[in-house]
Design a protein. Structure first.
Lengths: 234, 234
């Protein structure tokens, strides 16, 4: 398996980075090929803008997704985007590895999503959800957060974490066709003992060793909807 | 009323910018004071990093929220953050005005959230949700998107838009104490007629003229939870 880990944390010695390293070691030990995009180390530019295209279909008015479609065809995507897109298309498994900032991804990683998941390749027209451009690939979100586990779930103060992560799990990864695995979550990280952190690393290792046994999360399939995307009778 | 509009769109002539201008005009005509943070025009830096603090509590290891707390006390926040924080604290109403990118905010705006909603002022300890640091203020999200209205809602292909916007509406705005109003949504914007766009602008104007009549969305209150944040019996 070919694996791309996209990692975004402002502290190079963070526990989130330890999860990244655990994934690299575990997956390579199993014979997989691994590439890492460490967005802070790369000084990644997260801002989608007109500068992302060396030539434009419409230089007067920017419709970002339209220019992405042209940019793919005419090879006019910015080199940093093209490089990440190539890694993404190479990979069989994408891991997004990040600390939860405001119940979602840090801007650094959001800007990787905004710029790299280009229209015309990853989605477009009726190619989304199970018909998405990246179908056949798997995705795993591995996150660290400050909250305790009992603060999440039905009836808990923040509700289910999966509901907070919905724009990423469903609106992004499932949308472009990935088989999305249950997130790996390390809770309460800034406040726990080294021993508890080691437990998380061990748990993550064990999950990574058996990913192929996992069933992906369930999301809409286009066959459940008509041509205009109204739901069909069940 | 004092109003801060935070606007993020890569195209200066976008319809999203027209919504921003509509809000400025309408609110000023009603006698309100309005400031606009146009993040692309400001060349806003969306990346939370160690550079955000001119002095550090722990120069060896970055815990971003901890450094924010110190930074507020010691006035060592980066000037661009302090400036936005001052505007935020000045405002009675915050409007986040943006195009939906991946069912959430563009990275540019996510980075405003990551950097400006500083711990120690906007939240911290047990100061969140109705006890949040910005309680007493109102917030409105006004968004444009490509999807059609029938693609959102219960049973629709993407589910309710409010569920996709949960990390912003609940996890961010309600979390720091805002009374969060129902989002204003302009659907299918890239594909509609000028007439239909004018309808959206008019509808937005009418909403803005009567915001004080609106009831905010309902979110958890800390009084529903015990000291350890387990839910209390209803």
């Amino acid at each position: 398996m070919k694996v791309l880990i996209v990692h975004a944390h402002p502290e190079p010695k963070s526990f989130t980075a330890a999860l990244r390293d655990q994934a690299v070691t575990t997956l390579e030990d199993q014979g997989h090929e691994v590439q890492v995009s460490d967005l802070y180390a790369m000084n990644w530019n997260p801002v989608a803008s007109a500068d992302d295209f060396s030539s434009r279909e419409n230089p007067e008015y920017l419709v970002y997704a339209l220019e992405q479609r042209l940019g793919v065809k005419s090879q006019s995507l910015a080199p940093d985007i093209q490089q990440e897109l190539d890694k993404l298309l190479w990979a069989d498994l994408l891991i997004l590895n990040f600390p939860i900032f405001w119940f979602s991804a840090p801007a650094m990683l959001k800007g990787w999503i905004d710029r790299v998941l280009v229209s015309g390749v990853c989605y477009g027209g009726k190619r989304f959800y199970d018909q998405g451009g990246l179908s056949g690939k798997k995705a795993l979100v591995s996150v660290t957060l400050g909250g305790r586990e009992h603060m999440f779930g039905d009836g808990a103060i923040h509700g289910p974490l999966e509901d907070m992560l919905r724009p990423i799990l469903r609106g992004t990864l499932a949308y472009v066709g990935f088989d999305v695995l249950e997130p790996f979550v390390a809770w309460h990280v800034p406040y726990i003992s080294d021993e508890a952190r080691k437990e998380f690393l061990l748990g993550y290792q064990q999950r990574l060793q058996h990913l192929s046994d996992e069933q992906p999360m369930v999301f809409p399939r286009l066959s459940q909807f008509d041509e205009a995307l109204y739901p069909l009778p069940v």
